[in-house]
Each structure stands twice: as C-alpha cells, then as structure tokens.
Design a protein around this ligand. Structure first.
Ligand SMILES: Nc1ncnc2c1ncn2[C@@H]1O[C@H](COP(=O)(O)OP(=O)(O)O)[C@@H](O)[C@H]1O
Length: 214
C-alpha cells in the first residue's frame, strides 16, 4: 500500500509516518529528511539547497523528483509513505508516472488538517533528538525531566534551522500557494481522505488507521 501524508508544516506528518513504519513495516520517504541529510553531509546538492530550505522556500521540482526516483528503485513490498512529497502539481504528476513505471499505484492520500494558529505554536515549540530524530514539543510532548530522549536516551536536542517564525511564515505561504492545490487534485482523482490532525498523537494515528484499513 502506498500513501501520501498531506498537510501544512507542523501538521504531524513525520510523527505519524514514523508510527506507520513501526507498526506496519512501511517505508517512509521524507524529502525534507533527505534534503536535510544532503545539507548536513555537505554534498553539492545539499549546499545548493541549504539557503532555500532555511528561508522556508521550496527547492526545485527536479531535485526532489530525482531524490524520490532513486528511492523507488529499492524494495517496496511494505509500501511507501510519502511525507512532504509531492508538494507541487508537477511533483504529483511525476509521482503518478514513477509509480506506474514500477507497476504500482497510490492507494490513499491522507490530508491532515490543523489550524494555522496551532501550526505556528507547534513549530515554534519543536525540538528534535539529534541522535534518533524523535520529535518533542513543549506543548504536547515535552523533553523528559531527566533530560534524556525517551526513545534512545540521547541528550543532544536540536532545533531545525527553519523552525523560526519568519521561515515558518514563508513555509505556510508556500504551502497555501503551491501545495494546497493538491487537495483538489487528489479529491478529483478519488484518492483524498481527510483526518483531524489537531488531537493527541494516538487519536490521529487511529483516524489514519481507519482510512488505511477501510
Ligand atoms: N517535495 C518538496 N519540494 C520542494 N521542497 C521540499 C520538498 N520537501 C522538502 N522540501 C524542502 O525542505 C524543507 C523542509 O521540509 P519538511 O521537513 O517536509 O518540513 P515541514 O513540512 O515541517 O515544513 C521545505 O521547507 C523545503 O525547503
């Protein structure tokens, strides 16, 4: 089963994708994670996109489509979760073509709805374990009192370079201008399912499971 998690920055796509990986053996393909990895390992592509990402703008379709194309070459028995991709209509068309080339299709697009005030509050309160990537949030999931990551015991908590208010405004604007048209696109294809992304992590997970097991 191949699915897309669609929603604005801070909607909780990565958190839910990691749960689906753990519970269903699916493979998470996060273009944001891939780009951050390229950025931190200082590859030519990483250096090229660093400033664009930090400012909250979208990198070119060509770059992210290339990243996804590479990953689809691997084994896909458990199915893919596309997280943060596609983000533009050309990316959505490219994904459809790539899946068809591999003899597979998209099974569901899960739109996670969260209101804008909550997004801003979530992201400005967000930090990540530098060792395992576990995401914390001062509001809903604070760093444990002993200062250790509950997943791996790490103590190196980091904030993303683009998790500041100015970059976040740009990311939201990019979302509304370029990504939100995908909601209509997938609705028209009959693939769209909407869940409330505002509740507790487990409640959202249950709503997503309801869509996938339908
Ligand atoms: N599919 C994509 N197309 C273009 N740019 C992307 C894409 N995925 C990620 N990026 C870049 O990486 C940044 C971080 O992405 P991501 O981790 O998905 O963050 P978030 O959804 O929290 O804003 C984006 O702001 C953008 O610069």
């Amino acid at each position: 089963m191949n699915i897309i998690l669609l929603g604005p920055p801070g909607a909780g796509k990565g958190t839910q994708a990691r749960k689906l990986v753990a519970e269903r053996g699916m493979v998470q393909l996060s273009t944001g994670d891939m780009l951050r990895e390229a950025k931190s390992s200082g590859t030519a592509m990483g250096n090229k996109v660093a400033a664009i990402m930090d400012a909250g703008q979208l990198v070119t379709d060509e770059i992210v489509i290339g990243l996804i194309e590479e990953k689809l070459e691997g084994d896909h028995a458990g199915g893919f979760i596309f997280d943060g991709f596609p983000r533009t209509l050309p990316q959505a068309d490219a994904l459809g073509d790539l899946l068809a080339k591999h003899g597979t299709t998209l099974d569901a697009v899960v739109e996670m709805q969260v209101d804008d005030d909550a997004l801003v509050a979530r992201i400005t309160a967000r930090s990540t374990c530098g060792d395992c990537g576990e995401v914390y949030n001062d509001l809903t999931k604070p760093i444990p009192d002993d200062g250790k990551c509950s997943n791996c015991g790490g103590t190196d908590f980091q904030r993303r370079a683009d998790d500041n208010e100015e970059s976040l405004r740009t990311r939201l604007m990019e979302y509304y201008k370029k990504t939100s048209p995908l909601i209509g696109y997938y609705y028209a294809k009959g693939d769209l399912h909407t869940v409330d992304g505002l509740g507790e992590i487990d409640a959202v997970a249950k709503a997503i499971a309801g869509v996938l097991d339908r």
